[in-house]
Design a protein around this ligand. Structure first.
Ligand code: PEP
Ligand code: CO
Length: 455
């Protein structure tokens, strides 16, 4: 199939920096290429198998994390708080839907950002746009905005440290279901969403007591004390991705080892261009962001290129149309995919089609429209008898005020400036993320009820 890790160089490419010092870039790439892989191909295959279950409607995908990770926000507390909220969401969904949850973080590599404009103008001064810490720095000065290849090395090291802690949490006892109560964050102690969460945690504890009486407990049952947690990011900076592809010695096939799952962004998914060329050759499970400009024909071409064997679990379509547009676009894509018998995971990203500018200039998202898009996504799948496989969202464990709304810790436009810390898009805070998990659970429960009655 004429693919090599470098074949993308012969294609048109968008959204990449122009490194002025090519020799310095080459040196950084060579160093990265000599470093150990961050993930192991066998783990990526396990994830593909789990996504195949999602594809068949047997489980549900939860994917989320920062819009952009940053060097400034790298700390153990941040990783722990993110992990806690994520595990709480997963507990709510597992308990409420009685379905296994596949957990994928936007973490340990999510550093490169596509931008709507190549430059940014402030007070009449024009500089290159910030493209994520792996490329340049957010400060508005000329030197900071120069692409710096050394940042790729820093990202690799930060990702390794992040992944190390996540693996420790997932496998070292912190994910034990007996600890469901302990995952809550102190600053949420007085909120109603936490009362609701503790009800579930109590119920889980009762079940665990019962199982213990029957002889099933953490010490003799791995599934009760460990979880599988996978990493993902947008495969945008191909210099970084290329340096981290490796041939898997057990299968002799190429894998990206920067993360278990990579996705192609809405702005770089042209079938004839570099990002699709790079991704088609690696065996990891892949995602493609699907926005309003994606035609059925183009989607089917992408399926041909990225999933020629029509493998279940290989391809996840991450739909991000916006709550006003989802009814217009999603049914056509579903029909096209169904007619051609393509195996895909349908996932809803209710964040990127719902970004707005508040009257005070902040880039934000309203929880109402986020919820509305997820609800419409599930309704449309119900109408087409297809599986609403999962959700993809931007969130943090920190008590930020970046998205507005939320019945509990309601953030208003006026509050946005209180704790607006994101390096790129506005994220859900912990309370908003939990509300989202409860809403999805209710919606999926209704769907199951309906299916039981009709079948
Ligand atoms: C993102 O996921 O942060 C992003 C930029 O998404 P999209 O490609 O859907 O715009
Ligand atoms: Co984003």
């Amino acid at each position: 199939m004429n693919w090599t890790p470098t074949s993308w160089h012969s294609k048109k490419i968008r959204q990449v920096p122009d490194y002025t010092d090519k020799q310095f870039l080459q040196k950084a790439e060579d160093r990265l290429a000599s470093y150990p892989p961050l993930v192991f191909a066998g783990e990526a295959r396990d994830l593909k198998n789990k996504l195949a279950q999602v594809c068949r409607g047997e489980s549900f995908l939860l994917q989320g994390g920062d819009c952009a990770e940053s060097f400034a926000e790298h700390s153990g507390d941040n990783i722990r708080d993110f992990f806690r909220v994520f595990m709480q969401m997963a507990a709510i969904l597992t308990f409420g839907t009685c379905s296994p949850i596949v957990k994928i973080g936007r973490i340990a590599g999510q550093f490169a950002k596509p931008r709507s404009s190549d430059t940014e103008i402030i007070d009449g001064i024009e500089l290159p746009s910030y493209r994520g810490d792996i490329i340049n720095s957010i400060e508005f000065d000329k030197e900071a905005r120069e692409p710096n290849a050394e940042a790729m090395i820093k990202v690799y090291r930060q990702s390794a440290a992040t992944l190390n802690l996540i693996r420790a949490f997932a496998k070292g006892g912190y994910a034990d279901l007996r600890l469901t109560h302990n995952w809550t964050l102190d600053y949420l102690n007085n909120s109603k969403v936490i009362d609701k969460y503790h009800e579930i945690a109590n119920a889980i504890n009762d079940i665990l007591d019962f199982m213990q009486a029957c002889g099933v407990y953490s010490d003799n049952t791995k599934a009760l004390k460990e979880t599988d947690f996978y990493t993902s990011h947008e495969a945008l900076l191909l210099n970084y991705e290329q340096a981290l592809v490796r041939i898997d010695s057990t299968t002799n096939e190429w894998y990206a080892t920067s993360a278990h799952f990579l996705w192609i962004g809405d702005r770089t998914r042209d079938p004839d261009e570099a990002h699709v060329e790079f991704c088609r050759g690696i065996k990891n499970p892949l995602g493609v962001k699907c926005g309003p400009s994606l035609s059925v024909d183009s989607l089917l071409t992408l399926c041909d290129i990225l999933n020629p064997d029509n493998e279940e679990g290989r391809l996840t379509l991450i739909c991000r149309f916006g709550s006003d547009e989802v009814n217009k676009h999603l049914p056509n894509l579903i029909e096209g995919i169904k007619k051609e018998g393509r195996n895909v995971v349908w996932c809803c990203d209710p964040m990127h089609g719902n970004t707005i500018k508040a009257s005070n200039g902040y880039k934000t998202r309203d929880l109402k429209t986020i919820f509305a898009e997820v609800q419409k996504f599930i309704d449309i799948h119900n109408q087409h008898d297809t599986h609403p496989g999962g959700v993809h969202f931007e969130m943090t464990g920190k008590d930020v005020t970046e998205c507005i709304g939320g019945g509990i810790s309601c953030v208003s436009e006026e509050n946005l400036s209180d704790r607006y810390h994101t390096h790129c898009d506005p994220r859900l805070n912990a309370s908003q993320a939990l509300e989202l998990a409860f809403m999805i659970t209710d919606k999926i429960k209704q769907r199951s009820k309906k299916n039981n009655i009709t079948t």
